[in-house]
Design a protein around this ligand. Structure first.
Ligand SMILES: *[C@@H]1O[C@H](CO)[C@@H](O)[C@H](O)[C@H]1NC(C)=O
Ligand SMILES: *[C@@H]1O[C@H](CO)[C@@H](O)[C@H](O)[C@H]1NC(C)=O
Ligand SMILES: *[C@@H]1O[C@H](CO)[C@@H](O)[C@H](O)[C@H]1NC(C)=O
Length: 499
């Protein structure tokens, strides 16, 4: 009898384990050519059947994904600060990152609507302590296919309290596994950092990816290129996360030292690490290792790190410049896309421009080396008042060529009430980006955000006038009124009572 019970119990346990919940995590650390270090965390939770009783899938996101009024099919959120330097760092480990500010992409199962978008934005703003709701109605962009909506807010930078909700979604929080390395003091001190989340609805199940990417600069403090996991995160992985199916560290190694350039010799410490070296990367499985994580890369013959004078360029580069003129209220936006490869490249460029700035479409032109018959573009003029304008260009770049997209924009005169607070700072034009295929992957490269001065009235003037007028009136009126209504009376001199 008891053996039957045990058997049933075992079968039950096996069935529980079989529900195909999965949690995988990895950390990739790669040296960059200018002495910086790219670190990228990827935490993936998948669940075949999401319900409020899900084992690993975080409850707040279950509610978000199963809510019929939000109707989410896919959602991407990223919060980034700093500038990703494509010239020296090439592309980020995670293709969608590299922007500055906040970015939200939402796709619905059925058609989108303003109401759904507002609800989604408010819910995720609350969940991730980010003020995304400034994108309520004037900032977001509707993409061509009926379901996608996206918004960029380049002034919304992440800060320490944004990391906490991301850590709270991890099954082991920051108590075990790679989550222990998410040290806000270090990550927010990095040259570039980005927190991102992607959710995919998959039938009755769902998949969640939490990504954190940061670029550290070990040479900043003591001109030493050497770095270690311990120094970068100021923490170590003390114990593995028992809920994880896999927990990997990919520790990238620099190219092997040249025979003659003796100073480029590097060494990995500790020498008896338990990782496996594959294609210039140490792969360390934290589920089987017996030691705490502590890998270091040192250059023993290098006294101080000298920044390289030449760096290799990424295959495709993009730059966006603002040129004043030709008239005072206008400026020219010039987007340069460069292909440094030996092959053609098919790219697709997208940018959105806030409604406060208006394009002069007759000045729009694309020139350069790419053939014009492979180029198509589309302006999405605002249909309603205060909708952003968007530009989409698809083109094929010839090998070793430069393509330029140029247009003149006019800064609009706005109604008094349409000016945002602190308008003297200018308005932000979110980064534009290109998408292209490289190494069988879709890559994205962003431009930097742009700040445009608007023609702003001097908002303090009315107050100055009111204050001065009030003062003058108060002084004048006060004394005149005083004189007019003062009642003068003769007071008879009193007889002295002494006699
Ligand atoms: C993150 O890891 C998961 C599982 O290992 C993988 O399927 C996914 O492609 C990774 N995401 C990225 C952006 O590399
Ligand atoms: C550019 O390409 C994308 C995807 O390949 C497509 O969805 C879009 O409609 C194209 N845009 C133009 C203007 O041709
Ligand atoms: C890309 O995919 C093609 C075909 O699928 C394959 O032949 C090629 O080797 C892949 N290239 C890389 C860099 O993985």
């Amino acid at each position: 009898m008891i053996s039957w019970l045990i058997l049933l119990l075992l079968i039950g346990l096996a069935a529980c384990r079989d529900s195909k919940d999965g949690f995988d995590e990895f950390l990739s650390i790669k040296p960059l050519q200018d002495g910086r270090v790219d670190t990228a965390f990827n935490f993936t939770i998948s669940d075949q059947d999401i319900s409020p009783h899900s084992h690993l899938f975080p409850l707040p996101l279950v509610n978000l994904l199963t809510s019929p009024e939000l109707d989410i099919d896919e959602l991407h959120l990223s919060l980034s600060a700093g500038r990703w330097d494509y010239d020296k760092w090439h592309y980020p480990t995670f293709p969608q990152l590299g922007s500055s500010g906040a970015e939200v992409w939402v796709s619905h199962k059925s058609d989108r609507s303003q109401e759904k978008w507002n609800r989604v934005v408010h819910r995720i703003s609350g969940l991730f302590c980010a003020s995304l709701s400034t994108s309520d109605n004037t900032n977001h962009l509707l993409l061509d296919d009926k379901t996608w909506t996206y918004a960029q807010i380049s002034s919304q930078l992440p800060c320490t309290e944004n990391l906490t909700p991301f850590i709270a979604l991890l099954p082991c929080k920051s108590a075990a596994g790679l989550g222990q390395l998410l040290n806000p003091h270090k990550i927010f001190d990095a040259d570039y950092h980005s927190l991102a989340l992607s959710m995919f609805n998959q039938g009755s199940g769902a998949r969640l990816e939490i990504k954190v990417e940061a670029v550290f600069n070990p040479a900043r403090v003591d001109q030493q290129r050497q770095y270690s996991t311990k120094a970068m995160f100021d923490r170590t992985v003390k114990q593995k996360c028992e809920l994880a199916d896999s927990s990997m560290v990919y520790f990238g190694l620099p190219p092997p030292p040249g025979e003659e350039l003796n100073q480029d010799v590097w060494v990995v410490l500790p020498e008896d690490h338990e990782g496996e070296v594959k294609d210039g990367t140490i792969e360390l499985d934290l589920m089987t290792t017996s030691k705490q994580l502590g890998l270091a890369l040192i250059w023993p013959f290098q006294e101080t790190f000298i920044y390289p004078r030449y760096t290799t360029k990424p295959p495709i580069q993009i730059r966006r410049d603002q040129i004043a003129g030709p008239v005072e209220e206008t400026f020219t936006m010039k987007i340069t896309i460069e292909n440094t490869q030996d092959e053609d490249a098919q790219v697709s460029y997208l940018q959105s421009i806030p409604w406060q700035v208006k394009p002069w479409l007759h000045t729009f032109r694309i020139y350069g080396d790419s053939s014009s018959d492979s180029t198509s573009f589309k302006h999405n003029q605002a249909k309603a008042d205060k909708e952003p304008y968007s530009l989409q260009v698809n083109t094929t770049l010839a090998p070793h060529s430069e393509t330029i997209i140029e247009c003149i924009y006019q800064r609009q005169f706005l109604k008094y009430t349409d000016y945002a607070p602190d308008i003297h700072r200018g308005i932000d034009i979110p980064p534009g980006f290109i998408r292209f295929e490289a190494d069988n992957m879709t890559k994205v490269a962003y431009t930097t955000p742009m700040l445009v001065d608007l023609a702003t009235p001097d908002f303090s003037m009315p107050y100055n006038v009111i204050i001065i007028t009030s003062t003058v009136v108060a002084l004048f009126f006060g004394s005149v009124y005083n004189i007019l209504v003062r009642d003068f009376q003769l007071i008879p001199k009193k007889e002295s009572k002494s006699d």
